[in-house]
Design a protein around this ligand. Sequence first.
Ligand SMILES: Cc1cc2nc3c(=O)[nH]c(=O)nc-3n(C[C@H](O)[C@H](O)[C@H](O)COP(=O)(O)OP(=O)(O)OC[C@H]3O[C@@H](n4cnc5c(N)ncnc54)[C@H](O)[C@@H]3O)c2cc1C
Length: 434
Amino acid sequence: MIKSGRKWSNWSGIVKARPRTVIYPSHVEEVVEAVKQCCREGRSLRVLGSGHSFTAIAASNDVLLSLDRMQGILEVNNEALTATVWAGTKLKTLGELLHAEGLAQENLGDIDVQSIAGAISTGTHGTGLQFGNIATQVVGITVVTGTGDVLDCTERSHPDLFKMLQISLGALGVIVKVTLRLRRSYKLSYESSRVPLTACLEQLSSLASEHRNFELYWFPYAEPCQLKIMNETEEPITERKISSYMSDVILENGVFGMLSSMCRMVPRLSASVSRLCAAVVPTSRKIEQSHRIYATKRLVRFNEMEYNLPVEAMEVVIREMRDRMAQEKYNVHFPVECRFAKGDNIWLSPAYGRDSAYIAVHMYRGMPHEKYFADMERIFLKYGGRPHWGKLHTLKAEQLRAAYPKWDSFNEMREKLDPNGIFLSPYLRSVFIH
Ligand SMILES: Cc1cc2nc3c(=O)[nH]c(=O)nc-3n(C[C@H](O)[C@H](O)[C@H](O)COP(=O)(O)OP(=O)(O)OC[C@H]3O[C@@H](n4cnc5c(N)ncnc54)[C@H](O)[C@@H]3O)c2cc1C
């Protein structure tokens, strides 16, 4: 629990803040009161999910409001296959609660510690060309606006506002409840394999279209890369032995953590460590309930930049990134993560209007990422990239405005819903104003 006046930092440690007041409401009325008080006293407020964004998007030096006490399922509709949940519910808890009702989310990202509101507010996504980001699973939102009004929104009741609230960067109000479109519980088979990057690039579009969930990890300066493939199955769940837990979680994270510390101490080892990691990519297969298989434990901390690109750009961008890495010889040993997502019509969604490729670059915490990320960002922008809202980027309001056809309409509504600018932190000012 964060205490008022104490230092707070995000998961990677790159963002630090000292909120003057931290509030943990248990009811919608307490959220309304907190917002009204901020208006009266001219204070600013950010809502914190799990603090897993890499930018300062959730940071506050004034009022920080956490919905950790507003978690759980409020209502399940087993015929419509929907559930209304408190917005502070963490994805891992949500998966288990839904499974107990025989329900599941159709797709998820690679960790499950985020809050549902935090995940949707930044456009968090998994991989798979049939699936939009998690916000596309939302069919209803209850929000406390910057004037303390409580609005229940669906696509039918508020067609425009709903499309803004699905991915709102926490700029339109405090989301208190979310209704999700679900499906019956299902199982997935997960396969990890090692293949040469060149061969993988040649089959990229078939791999992405033939498998439910396809993801590619390539290690800088190495030819072997890791393919992660998931498909739906009726096969029985793989028995989890303690030895496989040791290898998955403790060895993978422990050894990688040690190698990462070595790279931080002696950065010129990075390329060799990257090649070593590529050479020992695990080849394995397992079957599990969907909500238990998407996420992996991330014990080695890093910083990350991720861009959304038109789907056709995936291959050419990877090739250009690889050439630039060979020229510049950055000290980096973390893999590049490549995923796919279906396009959508959410106003500030990075996947707005286009089926998408997502490419993410990572750097071990404490190692300089600036030059590497800046050079990769230039390549992403050349191909029409839009940044992930929860990950590092350098774009400001004018560049973002050019990337989003509905930008001005969103901004106008933001000013109406938050006339006193209580949700406008310095970070959001740089995004929306200058
Ligand atoms: C190890 C790691 C792995 C990740 N993997 C993925 C991945 O696979 N796919 C992907 O797309 N992203 C991924 N991310 C990014 C992450 O999903 C997003 O940054 C997400 O927003 C974090 O959720 P959170 O609950 O921590 O939100 P926070 O970071 O705390 O907040 C994010 C934003 O949501 C707003 N917000 C939170 N709750 C509310 C609310 N109730 N009402 C209004 N606004 C609210 C905050 O104000 C802020 O603007 C990963 C991040 C990490 C650190």
